[in-house]
Design a protein around this ligand. Structure first.
Ligand SMILES: NC(=O)c1ccc[n+]([C@@H]2O[C@H](COP(=O)([O-])OP(=O)(O)OC[C@H]3O[C@@H](n4cnc5c(N)ncnc54)[C@H](OP(=O)(O)O)[C@@H]3O)[C@@H](O)[C@H]2O)c1
Length: 317
């Protein structure tokens, strides 16, 4: 089969298109890959900078969608099923393996590109808003990095699960258009966002950005608000003066989805099943960015590195 391999840790330009035997295993689902999601960890892996460091050479690619070729008995999967899967590695290839409890039946209405763009971002955000943040109907949610992968997913999950008002925080007007298209009720610019939304005006803050806007996020929360800490794309890890939490009875809540969900048997499937009606209805619809053929995987990773993409970068196989 054709596959992309990391053979040396010299960055995205050094990855290679190779012809290798297709993987096989009796206890795994064998998937004919149609699309693979491209994410930051794969970029880091090309330099050996990610915490998961498989032995060289290896095929990267953690999230795919495709068609089942073979599945273990009792897995509930059959050859021919359209699926999305979290395969950890091996996804940038014509064939990959996935464990049955990380392989999800894809509704016919959902494209392979969307299937390969779903579970990482939406699983994280479902865990954040519903399981950690206890989103209640009618609440106001403020989303930082609202045009990004996590941000657009957060807007859609918040709306699908009954948020009253969703405000996207973005750095440019063009990103504001993306957040509005994803379903935000309004957008405000990151610069001076607290003046735009007002103090004590939101119930939940979704924060994949961190950095110097953190204190203003705390100020933006109403009594009993929850600030969901997801990531630090802004560069620095913020600190909070805890008296600010006491004064208005607000919470700062850590969200670490992968390590939690992947080590609890059945947890990923529970999240998938919970979101499935909204995925089928189109309420949860990943914003797809540029798409590259498998052999252009290097360009896809460079695109990610240069922050040139809006929406999920996808490889088609
Ligand atoms: N905790 C978890 O379980 C979990 C799971 C998945 C991902 N994450 C993390 O969540 C973060 C966001 O992921 P994502 O896929 O949404 O990324 P993304 O699509 O690149 O979006 C991140 C957003 O951050 C904003 N940003 C602000 N300052 C930035 C800077 N200096 N450099 C880059 N972006 C900056 C950008 O929006 P503006 O330009 O509009 O400000 C950008 O749209 C990452 O750190 C990722 O590792 C955490």
């Amino acid at each position: 089969m054709r596959a992309i391999q990391i053979t040396k840790l010299e960055g995205p330009e050094a990855i290679e298109l190779v012809d290798i035997p297709a993987p096989t295993a009796d206890d795994a689902v064998i998937i004919d890959v149609k699309a693979a999601g491209v994410a930051f960890p794969e970029l880091l892996q090309t330099r050996g900078q990610y915490q998961i460091k498989p032995e060289l050479p290896f095929v990267p690619g953690a999230e795919v969608a495709g068609v089942v070729v073979a599945a273990p008995e009792g897995s509930g999967l059959e050859p021919g099923d359209r699926v999305a899967a979290l395969c950890s590695i091996g996804g940038f290839a014509e064939t990959t393996l996935s464990s049955p409890d990380r392989t999800f039946k894809l509704p016919d209405s959902v494209s392979f590109e969307a299937g390969a763009s779903f579970m990482f971002n939406y699983g994280t955000v479902y865990f954040a808003l519903i399981e950690r943040g206890n989103l209640a109907a009618g609440e106001t949610v403020l989303v930082h990095g609202a045009a990004g992968g996590i941000g657009t997913a957060a807007i859609q999950v918040a709306k699908a699960y009954g948020a009253g008002r969703v405000i996207g925080v973005v750095s440019t007007e063009a990103k504001g258009e993306i957040a509005l298209a994803a379903g935000a009720d309004e957008v405000v610019l990151a610069d001076g966002f607290l003046d735009s939304v007002g103090r004590a005006s939101v119930d939940i803050v979704v924060d994949p950005v961190g950095g110097d806007r953190f204190t203003d996020s705390v100020r933006a929360m109403r009594e009993q608000g929850r600030l969901l800490v997801i990531g630090f794309t802004g560069g620095s890890i913020p600190e909070v003066k805890v008296n600010r939490l006491l004064l208005n009875n607000v919470s700062v809540v850590g969200v670490g989805w992968g390590a939690f969900a992947m080590t609890k048997p059945g947890h990923l499937m529970k999240e998938w099943d919970a979101m499935l009606p909204h995925l089928s209805s189109g309420a949860l619809a990943p914003v797809i960015g540029p798409s590259f053929p498998l052999e252009k995987a290097s360009d896809a990773l460079v695109c990610l590195e240069q922050r040139a993409a809006t929406g999920k970068v996808v490889l088609t196989v």
